[in-house]
Ligand binder design. Structure first.
Ligand SMILES: *Cc1c(COP(=O)(O)O)cnc(C)c1O
Length: 436
């Protein structure tokens, strides 16, 4: 028995499924999750002392790699000043300014602790601002685990093939209108029927929780125009893509180019550099409806925590154009390598991209993946053997086909070579896979 297996056995008696976030349990790929004890640059080390090239990067946050010296130093210095003051600190404004310099249309920012809190607050704020109840979301998009947005959600909900979640009241579910992604006619149809009572459309700026899906040309702009034509708001969820798909997230490749900004953004993951920080930001007249300036209540004991702010400020300060150029280039190289390995074994697939984010969808070369139905129809059974072969070879992928592959500034030639060397055997395993 490995140390990880032993630890998992113990954890299962202490936590539901042995984990504190469901996909970590390896449910969809089988086998026993690796317990991690250390990290450095592009590497993770498990409890048995085995080292992996990390292609999860904590599900996004570790843009600069693990233990980036400047981030470590800033966090150590913050810890030395104290862990939490329950009062305002200078770094909150520093981080807000760094966000505003990158994203257009962020007049105000409110810090929270998780992406879920950011989207939950954005939804409440949109309802408070418009005086309307309904929210439009897309099937396969994940916005955290708030009740109103768990219907047809991506991420773990998709991985476990759940329709939604138990414990969400029928009344709450009825206030969420779910439409297929990239489907303009469906969006127009819900607005034609319910336009007077829709508070907001919420969308991932590029979906990356049903695997990656490329938004159709002008789709986000169409959502903004449609929402505004009916007096509703557009909430663009940049929790995963923000500060990663480009310096200004996927908005930097979409809104900045096409010349539009959403009413509200949500941020998370990279913004905290590995500590629990997230935020929502946008138009001053909307954001100022939040307490204490407005009637929409929101608060947090640890919001704007000084240690987390220090990690965020250091991470964004060091997320330079060179960092994005490096990750963009590596991503292209890796996409080509994955495709070449799969082609060599005759494994039908498509590579889905949104900037430097990508994922592999098996058996989809003909149609690609444009929405959740496409993502679900893929030959997902090929992923588990592919994943385990990579893991065995020392490359740590997300334990779900519905996740993006994450790279960092610290992924160098030596780390990438280990990934490339692992691909042929993994492609063979994928080729040999049969449906369960
Ligand atoms: C991860 C994620 C969230 C939820 O963030 P948590 O910090 O896990 O609560 C929300 N939206 C998107 C797009 C995400 O990828």
């Amino acid at each position: 028995m490995t140390v990880s297996e032993d630890l998992f056995e113990r954890a299962r008696t202490l936590m539901p499924g042995g984990v504190n976030s469901p996909v970590r349990a390896f449910g969809s790929v089988g086998g026993s999750p690796r317990f991690m004890v250390a990290s450095d640059g592009p590497y993770l080390t498990d409890a048995d002392g085995k080292q992996y090239v990390d292609l999860v990067c904590s599900w996004g946050p570790m843009l600069l790699g693990h233990k980036h010296p400047a981030v470590q130093e800033a966090v150590h210095a913050a810890v030395d000043r104290g862990l939490s003051f329950g009062a305002s600190t200078p770094d909150e404004s520093a981080l807000a300014e760094l966000v505003m310099q990158r994203f257009g249309g962020v007049d105000r920012l409110r810090m929270v602790s998780t992406g879920t809190e950011a989207t939950m607050t954005a939804v409440r704020l949109a309802r408070g601002y418009t005086g309307r109840d309904l929210i439009v979301k897309f099937a396969g998009c994940y916005h955290g685990h708030l009740d109103s947005l768990l219907a047809s959600a991506g991420s773990g909900v998709a991985t476990m093939a759940l329709p939604g979640s138990a414990g969400v009241t029928a009344a709450t579910a009825a206030e969420t209108l779910v439409v297929p992604y990239n489907d303009r006619a469906a969006v127009e149809a819900v607005f034609a029927e319910h336009g007077d009572n829709i508070a907001a459309i919420i969308t991932e700026s590029a979906p990356a929780n049903m695997g990656v899906v490329t938004p159709g040309e002008g789709f986000n702009k169409f959502l903004l125009d449609t929402a505004h034509a009916h007096g509703a708001l557009l909430i663009v969820d940049e929790v995963l893509t923000g500060f990663r798909a480009s310096d200004a997230g996927y908005w930097g490749l979409s809104g900045r180019v096409e010349g539009w900004t959403p009413d509200l953004y949500t941020f998370g993951k990279v913004i905290g550099g590995g500590l629990p920080t997230a935020g929502l930001g946008g138009r001053a007249d909307v954001m100022d409806r939040l307490a204490p300036t407005g009637p929409v209540y929101q608060a947090g004991t640890l919001s704007g925590n000084p240690v987390a702010m220090a990690a965020g400020v250091a991470t964004l300060t060091h997320a330079t154009p060179e960092v994005y150029a490096h990750i963009d280039a590596l991503s292209l190289e890796l996409q080509k390598a994955v495709s070449a390995a799969l082609n060599a074994e005759g494994v039908d697939h498509s590579i889905q991209t949104a900037g430097n984010l990508f994922s592999v969808a098996f058996g989809t070369s003909e149609r690609g993946v444009h929405d959740y139905a496409d993502a679900q129809a893929q030959e997902a059974f090929r992923y588990a053997p592919f994943f385990h072969s990579m893991l065995e070879s020392g490359a740590y992928l997300a334990p779900s086909v519905f996740e993006a592959w994450f790279l960092s500034a610290a992924h160098d030639d030596a780390a990438m070579q280990r990934v490339y060397d692992a691909l042929p055997a993994a492609a063979k395993a994928a080729a040999a896979a049969t449906p369960a």
